[in-house]
Design a protein around this ligand. Structure first.
Ligand SMILES: Nc1ncnc2c1ncn2[C@@H]1O[C@H](COP(=O)(O)OP(=O)(O)OP(=O)(O)O)[C@@H](O)[C@H]1O
Ligand SMILES: [Mg+2]
Length: 267
């Protein structure tokens, strides 16, 4: 990056911007179209929508793992042309490498050539710090087969954090976890986004999860079954944290989102 580009990146109002995005698999009908969205630094945006409406496909387009058929993606104010090392992905399954221990999994790939250069000591320090952030410091020598689901997902989160991401793109990262672990992970995500000054786009099916963690909620869907999906509704969530303490406001927003979801069902 040139000096000017670095300054632009540091002062960019948005960590991530998608402009007028459309996407189709092969020659098929577009899955979604006219999708524009922004995520600001330290902001968590949740993306809700029915199964199959294209949330995961949109996340892949925003990460540049798939090419949009139309539109552009900007990362920190710069056009994104390939996956960026400071934009980290977390998926529903932690997908750890079974032959590496926890520390090995968190550090894996950090010294690959497309990553910013890093020496051994710095790499170890990053791994240590990321494991501390997800409360797994004493577990760095364990292997994936020895971890519970919640621990494995925390390792996946640490692996993302070790990249010092300015953007986290997470696709239903907590949906396979039990209710208590899930609630812990939601709190952790909010803390980490604030503490590490990252931005997050969280795909979820769970309205309550969206309300508990997000600063803004987007609802993706189709107005007609044969139409490509779009972003149809947006809510700013200004409920004070911890949001569990504001049950009436949470309930009101939940009902509002449910009504929007139901209105899509009848199209
Ligand atoms: N590799 C692929 N090739 C062709 N079509 C695909 C492919 N992956 C997904 N699709 C189709 O694209 C549409 C959107 O899928 P996508 O996985 O993005 O939805 P989603 O909103 O993430 O769903 P879910 O909530 O179930 O995860 C679906 O109709 C799906 O069948
Ligand atoms: Mg999906």
């Amino acid at each position: 990056m040139t000096h000017a580009a670095v300054v632009d990146a540091l002062t960019a109002p948005f960590a991530l911007s998608g402009r007028d995005l459309a996407f189709a698999y092969g020659e098929g009908q577009p899955i979604f179209e006219a999708v524009s969205l922004d995520v600001r630094p330290r902001e968590i945006v949740a993306l809700l929508g029915g199964s199959g409406c294209g949330k995961s496909s949109l996340l892949r387009v925003l990460a540049k793992l798939a090419e949009p058929t139309r539109g552009e993606v900007e990362f920190l104010g710069q056009p994104l042309t390939a996956p960026h090392p400071r934009a980290a992905l977390v998926f529903q399954q932690p997908s750890l490498l079974p032959w590496l221990n926890v520390a090995g999994n968190v550090g894996f790939g950090l010294d690959f050539s497309h990553q910013p250069e890093i020496d051994r000591a710095a790499l170890e320090a990053r791994v240590r710090e990321a494991l501390e952030a997800v409360s797994l410091s004493g577990h760095d020598k364990l292997y994936p087969a020895q971890l519970s689901g919640g621990m494995a997902q925390r390792v996946a989160l640490a692996r993302a954090l070790a990249r010092e991401p300015q953007l986290l793109l997470a696709d239903e990262p907590f949906s396979a976890l039990d209710a208590i672990t899930r609630a812990e992970m939601q709190t952790l995500l909010v803390e980490l986004v604030h503490r590490w000054h990252t931005a997050a786009l969280l795909v979820t099916h769970d309205i309550d999860e969206a309300i508990l963690v997000a600063d803004r909620i987007l609802l993706m869907g189709r107005t007609q079954p044969t139409q490509p999906a779009r972003v149809l509704h947006e809510w700013s969530v200004s409920i004070e944290r911890p949001r569990e303490d504001h049950a009436a406001e949470v309930t009101a927003l939940r009902l509002d989102i449910l009504a929007a979801l139901h209105s899509l069902r009848h199209t």
